[in-house]
Design a protein around this ligand. Sequence first.
Ligand code: ADP
Ligand code: MG
Length: 375
Amino acid sequence: MILPTLKDAPSLRGKRVLLRLNLDLPVENGELRDTFRIDSTMKTVDFLREQKAKTIIIGHIGRNPKETLRPVYDYFKKSISITFVETIEEAKESSATLAEGEFLLLENLRSFPGEVTNDQVFAKDLASLADLYVNEAFAVSHREHASIVGVPKLLPSFAGFVFEEEVTQLSKAFSPAHPALLILGGAKFETKTPLIERFLGIADDVYVGGALANDIFHSRGYETGDSLVSNCDISPAILNNPKLHTPSDVLVRIPSGTVEKGADAVLKGEKIVDAGEDSIDDMRALISKAKFVLWNGPLGEYEAGFDAGTIALAQMLAECDAETIIGGGDSLAVVSKLNITERFSFVSTGGGAMLEFLANETLPGIDALQKAFSV
Ligand code: ADP
Ligand code: MG
């Protein structure tokens, strides 16, 4: 893939750079609770400072337009010279007088209505702040928002270092070492259908677990009780594919506690909440013969404490010899507590963006960079 990256950018000294970061971080009592995303992009921030660029950082936080990026500003303040601005007008004034190596941070992009609607006037306002644009927000680049697809139409545009790494690493999944295994959990089957179809072609085995498996059980006519299902139609090409694996047994919540049983033995009123031990053994066998494993999505309802299956899977992958690529917000929420992230070959910062990239080999934000007017 040809992607214009920061390495291709002209001299940045004195140039105003509009830097789109992924600042959608969890906040608790006005402070950042987890700084993994921001820390991973510090190398781009440091690079721009060392190159003596004048950098205007933009990003969004949360879904509520009233949420503020001030906690992110407080965190940045510890390591760089940065000013916080709330409006485009203020940003225009401050960006004109910004010194080399200094930074501005604009308030939550979602507080501006034009961001999510990809309003052209808003994209123009953002572009007017800078001489060039850098997208370092891979995890947001499946969204057709002004800061992702609007601005690159107006400025010379480049992918940041972490963005480039995401594309390089995830692209390995398109021609993996064999046997290649995809393990997919989580929920909302319909959002993962294109990925499953694609990897039934590319990979040797596709293991579908988590709430996704409930949809397959349902399609096979099994009772799924009160389990989470999407009620979507699953094609025979998926259901009857010999590469498809699903949990043989499941952990089921019953009024008196939990019990493990065959996936076809669930009763009305029961709820599947995790993979069973036989299923973990089946996964172990697939993992031990695999040379490449891609994993996204938890195997159970981990927020409710049913995280044993997901933890077992994470540990098997951390210990295996295969190349391992993992991602997904919920999957990483489980993995990061185990302190084993550095034992995977690559950990993607993308959830929805990772899935969409793997299914389509591109994203709206990548297309925009490729089509961008270049210097
Ligand atoms: P990721 O964020 O890692 O990409 P998803 O967003 O697709 O993963 O799915 C995560 C959600 O799936 C979690 O809320 C988790 O509780 C849910 N989940 C997984 N397995 C089950 C299950 N068996 N029953 C109910 N919810 C499940
Ligand atoms: Mg999720």
